[in-house]
Design a protein around this ligand. Sequence first.
Ligand code: SAM
Length: 279
Amino acid sequence: MRSREELAAEQAAYWKGAGGTMWLAAYDRIQRGIAGFSEIALAAANAQPGERVLDVGCGTGGTTAELAKAVGADGHVLGVDISEPLVEAARARGLGNATFEVADATTHAFEPASLDLVFSRFGVMFFGDPVAAFRNVRHALKPSGRLVFLCWRTAAENPWGAVPMRAAQRFLPPMQRPGPEDPGQYSFGDRARVERILTQAGFSGLSIEPVDLMMNQGSDIPDVLQRIGDFGPLARAFKDLPPEQVVKAKAAIAEALKPYATADGVRLAGACWLVRARP
Ligand SMILES: C[S@@+](CC[C@H](N)C(=O)[O-])C[C@H]1O[C@@H](n2cnc3c(N)ncnc32)[C@H](O)[C@@H]1O
Protein backbone atom coordinates (compact mmCIF):
# COMPACT_ATOMS: atom_id res chain seq x y z
CA MET A 1 0.00 0.00 0.00
CA ARG A 2 1.34 3.45 -0.90
CA SER A 3 1.64 6.07 1.82
CA ARG A 4 -0.38 9.34 1.74
CA GLU A 5 2.83 11.17 0.82
CA GLU A 6 3.47 8.81 -2.10
CA LEU A 7 -0.12 9.19 -3.33
CA ALA A 8 0.13 12.99 -3.09
CA ALA A 9 3.48 13.02 -4.93
CA GLU A 10 2.06 10.80 -7.67
CA GLN A 11 -0.93 13.14 -8.16
CA ALA A 12 1.26 16.24 -8.11
CA ALA A 13 3.58 14.76 -10.75
CA TYR A 14 0.60 13.83 -12.93
CA TRP A 15 -1.10 17.25 -12.77
CA LYS A 16 2.15 19.19 -13.17
CA GLY A 17 3.01 17.02 -16.19
CA ALA A 18 0.91 15.00 -18.63
CA GLY A 19 -2.39 15.44 -16.73
CA GLY A 20 -2.12 19.25 -16.74
CA THR A 21 -1.05 19.42 -20.38
CA MET A 22 -3.86 17.13 -21.52
CA TRP A 23 -6.49 18.91 -19.37
CA LEU A 24 -5.41 22.24 -20.88
CA ALA A 25 -5.57 20.91 -24.47
CA ALA A 26 -8.97 19.29 -23.94
CA TYR A 27 -10.41 22.05 -21.70
CA ASP A 28 -12.90 23.60 -24.14
CA ARG A 29 -14.51 20.23 -24.87
CA ILE A 30 -14.46 19.22 -21.18
CA GLN A 31 -16.03 22.55 -20.23
CA ARG A 32 -18.87 21.99 -22.74
CA GLY A 33 -19.48 18.50 -21.34
CA ILE A 34 -19.67 19.62 -17.71
CA ALA A 35 -21.38 23.00 -18.26
CA GLY A 36 -24.70 21.86 -16.75
CA PHE A 37 -23.07 20.55 -13.57
CA SER A 38 -20.99 23.69 -13.35
CA GLU A 39 -24.01 26.00 -13.45
CA ILE A 40 -25.70 24.04 -10.66
CA ALA A 41 -22.60 24.16 -8.43
CA LEU A 42 -22.04 27.89 -9.00
CA ALA A 43 -25.72 28.61 -8.28
CA ALA A 44 -25.45 26.61 -5.03
CA ALA A 45 -22.28 28.53 -4.09
CA ASN A 46 -24.24 31.76 -4.56
CA ALA A 47 -21.17 34.01 -4.32
CA GLN A 48 -22.16 37.56 -3.34
CA PRO A 49 -20.68 40.98 -4.10
CA GLY A 50 -17.78 41.73 -1.76
CA GLU A 51 -17.17 38.10 -0.69
CA ARG A 52 -13.75 36.48 -0.38
CA VAL A 53 -13.60 33.11 -2.09
CA LEU A 54 -11.14 30.25 -2.59
CA ASP A 55 -11.39 28.07 -5.72
CA VAL A 56 -9.63 24.78 -4.86
CA GLY A 57 -7.91 22.95 -7.72
CA CYS A 58 -8.96 25.84 -9.96
CA GLY A 59 -7.26 24.47 -13.09
CA THR A 60 -7.45 27.00 -15.93
CA GLY A 61 -9.60 29.30 -13.80
CA GLY A 62 -12.95 28.76 -15.57
CA THR A 63 -14.97 28.73 -12.35
CA THR A 64 -12.64 31.30 -10.75
CA ALA A 65 -13.69 33.73 -13.50
CA GLU A 66 -17.39 33.07 -12.81
CA LEU A 67 -16.89 33.55 -9.07
CA ALA A 68 -14.86 36.72 -9.70
CA LYS A 69 -17.77 38.14 -11.72
CA ALA A 70 -20.16 37.35 -8.87
CA VAL A 71 -18.06 38.89 -6.07
CA GLY A 72 -17.33 42.02 -8.14
CA ALA A 73 -14.70 44.68 -7.65
CA ASP A 74 -15.11 44.72 -3.85
CA GLY A 75 -14.61 40.98 -3.55
CA HIS A 76 -11.69 38.67 -4.28
CA VAL A 77 -11.15 35.11 -5.49
CA LEU A 78 -7.99 33.12 -4.87
CA GLY A 79 -7.47 30.17 -7.19
CA VAL A 80 -5.01 27.51 -6.06
CA ASP A 81 -3.80 24.61 -8.12
CA ILE A 82 -0.85 22.28 -7.95
CA SER A 83 -0.23 22.43 -11.71
CA GLU A 84 1.99 25.21 -13.11
CA PRO A 85 0.72 25.00 -16.73
CA LEU A 86 -2.88 25.27 -15.55
CA VAL A 87 -2.20 28.21 -13.23
CA GLU A 88 -0.35 29.93 -16.07
CA ALA A 89 -3.46 29.55 -18.26
CA ALA A 90 -5.63 30.85 -15.40
CA ARG A 91 -3.42 33.93 -14.91
CA ALA A 92 -3.60 34.64 -18.65
CA ARG A 93 -7.32 35.39 -18.15
CA GLY A 94 -6.16 38.71 -16.64
CA LEU A 95 -8.88 38.85 -13.97
CA GLY A 96 -8.72 42.08 -11.96
CA ASN A 97 -10.17 40.70 -8.72
CA ALA A 98 -8.65 37.20 -8.72
CA THR A 99 -5.17 35.92 -7.99
CA PHE A 100 -3.71 32.48 -8.57
CA GLU A 101 -1.16 30.46 -6.64
CA VAL A 102 0.64 27.27 -7.59
CA ALA A 103 0.04 25.46 -4.31
CA ASP A 104 -1.06 22.21 -2.72
CA ALA A 105 -4.36 22.92 -0.96
CA THR A 106 -3.33 20.41 1.72
CA THR A 107 -0.39 22.46 2.98
CA HIS A 108 -0.76 26.01 1.64
CA ALA A 109 -0.70 28.63 4.42
CA PHE A 110 -4.09 30.28 3.82
CA GLU A 111 -4.96 33.32 5.92
CA PRO A 112 -6.96 31.91 8.87
CA ALA A 113 -10.69 32.73 9.09
CA SER A 114 -10.51 35.00 6.05
CA LEU A 115 -12.91 33.41 3.54
CA ASP A 116 -16.67 33.45 3.01
CA LEU A 117 -16.69 30.56 0.57
CA VAL A 118 -14.47 27.63 -0.38
CA PHE A 119 -15.56 26.29 -3.76
CA SER A 120 -14.38 23.53 -6.06
CA ARG A 121 -15.51 21.96 -9.30
CA PHE A 122 -13.92 18.51 -9.50
CA GLY A 123 -10.73 19.76 -7.79
CA VAL A 124 -10.92 17.93 -4.44
CA MET A 125 -10.73 14.23 -5.38
CA PHE A 126 -6.98 14.08 -5.89
CA PHE A 127 -5.59 14.77 -2.40
CA GLY A 128 -3.17 12.18 -0.97
CA ASP A 129 -4.53 13.06 2.50
CA PRO A 130 -8.07 14.44 2.01
CA VAL A 131 -8.79 14.91 5.73
CA ALA A 132 -5.68 17.09 6.09
CA ALA A 133 -6.59 19.05 2.96
CA PHE A 134 -10.16 19.77 4.06
CA ARG A 135 -8.98 20.63 7.58
CA ASN A 136 -6.52 23.10 6.05
CA VAL A 137 -9.15 24.89 3.95
CA ARG A 138 -11.64 24.81 6.85
CA HIS A 139 -9.23 26.90 8.94
CA ALA A 140 -9.28 29.51 6.16
CA LEU A 141 -13.08 29.89 6.39
CA LYS A 142 -14.74 32.48 8.63
CA PRO A 143 -17.06 30.85 11.21
CA SER A 144 -19.96 32.09 9.04
CA GLY A 145 -18.39 30.69 5.86
CA ARG A 146 -19.43 27.77 3.65
CA LEU A 147 -17.92 24.95 1.62
CA VAL A 148 -19.51 24.02 -1.72
CA PHE A 149 -18.04 21.50 -4.14
CA LEU A 150 -18.89 19.16 -6.95
CA CYS A 151 -17.39 15.68 -7.36
CA TRP A 152 -18.20 12.62 -9.47
CA ARG A 153 -20.15 9.72 -7.98
CA THR A 154 -18.99 6.15 -8.79
CA ALA A 155 -17.77 5.00 -12.22
CA ALA A 156 -20.81 2.70 -12.48
CA GLU A 157 -23.11 5.74 -12.12
CA ASN A 158 -21.19 7.64 -14.84
CA PRO A 159 -21.74 5.90 -18.19
CA TRP A 160 -20.09 8.81 -20.05
CA GLY A 161 -16.80 7.49 -18.64
CA ALA A 162 -17.63 3.84 -17.96
CA VAL A 163 -19.17 2.85 -21.33
CA PRO A 164 -16.10 3.71 -23.49
CA MET A 165 -13.73 2.29 -20.86
CA ARG A 166 -15.60 -1.02 -20.60
CA ALA A 167 -15.71 -1.34 -24.40
CA ALA A 168 -11.97 -0.68 -24.74
CA GLN A 169 -10.90 -2.83 -21.80
CA ARG A 170 -10.11 -6.07 -23.64
CA PHE A 171 -7.60 -4.23 -25.88
CA LEU A 172 -5.81 -2.55 -22.97
CA PRO A 173 -3.07 -3.88 -20.71
CA PRO A 174 -4.35 -4.86 -17.24
CA MET A 175 -4.83 -1.75 -15.12
CA GLN A 176 -4.33 -1.53 -11.38
CA ARG A 177 -7.67 -0.96 -9.65
CA PRO A 178 -7.50 2.03 -7.30
CA GLY A 179 -7.77 1.19 -3.59
CA PRO A 180 -10.79 2.57 -1.65
CA GLU A 181 -8.69 5.39 -0.15
CA ASP A 182 -6.70 6.21 -3.31
CA PRO A 183 -7.15 9.62 -4.95
CA GLY A 184 -8.72 9.78 -8.40
CA GLN A 185 -11.66 10.88 -10.53
CA TYR A 186 -14.21 8.64 -8.73
CA SER A 187 -12.58 8.59 -5.30
CA PHE A 188 -15.48 10.60 -3.75
CA GLY A 189 -18.14 8.34 -5.28
CA ASP A 190 -18.95 6.68 -1.95
CA ARG A 191 -21.17 9.09 -0.05
CA ALA A 192 -20.18 7.58 3.32
CA ARG A 193 -16.53 8.23 2.54
CA VAL A 194 -17.23 11.90 1.71
CA GLU A 195 -19.18 12.24 4.97
CA ARG A 196 -16.36 10.64 6.95
CA ILE A 197 -13.65 12.83 5.38
CA LEU A 198 -15.54 16.07 5.95
CA THR A 199 -16.58 15.15 9.49
CA GLN A 200 -13.02 14.16 10.43
CA ALA A 201 -11.83 17.46 8.93
CA GLY A 202 -14.19 19.29 11.32
CA PHE A 203 -17.03 20.28 8.95
CA SER A 204 -20.65 20.10 10.05
CA GLY A 205 -24.12 20.72 8.58
CA LEU A 206 -23.33 18.40 5.67
CA SER A 207 -25.61 18.27 2.64
CA ILE A 208 -24.64 15.71 -0.03
CA GLU A 209 -27.12 15.87 -2.88
CA PRO A 210 -27.12 13.76 -6.06
CA VAL A 211 -27.12 15.67 -9.35
CA ASP A 212 -27.85 13.69 -12.51
CA LEU A 213 -27.56 15.18 -15.99
CA MET A 214 -27.12 14.00 -19.55
CA MET A 215 -23.72 14.94 -20.97
CA ASN A 216 -23.10 15.68 -24.62
CA GLN A 217 -19.86 13.92 -25.56
CA GLY A 218 -19.71 15.12 -29.18
CA SER A 219 -21.83 15.86 -32.24
CA ASP A 220 -21.63 12.25 -33.51
CA ILE A 221 -19.61 9.08 -32.91
CA PRO A 222 -16.64 10.03 -35.19
CA ASP A 223 -16.46 13.36 -33.34
CA VAL A 224 -16.31 11.55 -29.97
CA LEU A 225 -13.73 9.04 -31.25
CA GLN A 226 -11.48 11.76 -32.58
CA ARG A 227 -10.94 13.08 -29.04
CA ILE A 228 -11.73 10.13 -26.80
CA GLY A 229 -8.07 9.61 -25.86
CA ASP A 230 -7.36 13.31 -25.19
CA PHE A 231 -7.77 13.16 -21.43
CA GLY A 232 -8.51 10.78 -18.57
CA PRO A 233 -7.93 7.05 -18.01
CA LEU A 234 -8.24 6.22 -21.73
CA ALA A 235 -5.57 8.77 -22.63
CA ARG A 236 -3.24 7.12 -20.14
CA ALA A 237 -4.05 3.66 -21.50
CA PHE A 238 -3.71 4.64 -25.18
CA LYS A 239 -0.34 6.32 -24.62
CA ASP A 240 1.66 3.07 -24.50
CA LEU A 241 -0.60 0.97 -26.72
CA PRO A 242 0.47 -0.18 -30.23
CA PRO A 243 -1.48 1.90 -32.81
CA GLU A 244 -3.32 -1.18 -34.17
CA GLN A 245 -4.66 -1.89 -30.67
CA VAL A 246 -5.85 1.73 -30.36
CA VAL A 247 -7.71 1.30 -33.66
CA LYS A 248 -9.41 -1.88 -32.36
CA ALA A 249 -10.25 -0.24 -29.02
CA LYS A 250 -11.79 2.75 -30.82
CA ALA A 251 -13.87 0.45 -33.05
CA ALA A 252 -15.22 -1.28 -29.92
CA ILE A 253 -15.99 2.11 -28.35
CA ALA A 254 -17.83 3.21 -31.53
CA GLU A 255 -20.02 0.08 -31.33
CA ALA A 256 -20.74 0.63 -27.63
CA LEU A 257 -21.71 4.28 -28.20
CA LYS A 258 -24.29 3.52 -30.91
CA PRO A 259 -27.27 3.38 -28.51
CA TYR A 260 -26.35 6.85 -27.21
CA ALA A 261 -26.11 8.66 -30.59
CA THR A 262 -29.05 11.05 -31.01
CA ALA A 263 -29.92 13.94 -33.32
CA ASP A 264 -28.65 16.21 -30.51
CA GLY A 265 -25.27 14.49 -30.22
CA VAL A 266 -23.84 11.51 -28.34
CA ARG A 267 -25.47 11.78 -24.93
CA LEU A 268 -24.61 9.72 -21.86
CA ALA A 269 -25.57 10.18 -18.24
CA GLY A 270 -23.29 11.82 -15.69
CA ALA A 271 -23.71 11.66 -11.92
CA CYS A 272 -22.24 13.98 -9.30
CA TRP A 273 -22.53 14.86 -5.63
CA LEU A 274 -23.18 18.49 -4.84
CA VAL A 275 -21.68 18.86 -1.38
CA ARG A 276 -22.27 21.71 1.08
CA ALA A 277 -20.91 22.08 4.59
CA ARG A 278 -20.17 24.60 7.33
CA PRO A 279 -16.77 25.02 9.07
C1 SAM B 1 -10.33 17.64 -12.80
S1 SAM B 1 -9.31 19.06 -12.69
C2 SAM B 1 -10.51 20.35 -12.34
C3 SAM B 1 -10.00 21.75 -12.65
C4 SAM B 1 -10.99 22.88 -12.42
N1 SAM B 1 -11.55 22.89 -11.10
C5 SAM B 1 -12.09 22.87 -13.44
O1 SAM B 1 -13.20 22.41 -13.13
O2 SAM B 1 -11.86 23.32 -14.57
C6 SAM B 1 -8.58 18.81 -11.07
C7 SAM B 1 -7.63 19.91 -10.66
O3 SAM B 1 -7.21 19.70 -9.31
C8 SAM B 1 -5.84 20.08 -9.21
N2 SAM B 1 -5.26 19.48 -8.01
C9 SAM B 1 -5.02 18.16 -7.78
N3 SAM B 1 -4.48 17.99 -6.56
C10 SAM B 1 -4.38 19.22 -5.99
C11 SAM B 1 -3.90 19.69 -4.73
N4 SAM B 1 -3.42 18.86 -3.80
N5 SAM B 1 -3.94 21.02 -4.48
C12 SAM B 1 -4.42 21.89 -5.42
N6 SAM B 1 -4.88 21.49 -6.64
C13 SAM B 1 -4.87 20.18 -6.92
C14 SAM B 1 -5.25 19.59 -10.52
O4 SAM B 1 -4.02 20.17 -10.85
C15 SAM B 1 -6.37 19.94 -11.51
O5 SAM B 1 -6.22 21.22 -12.05
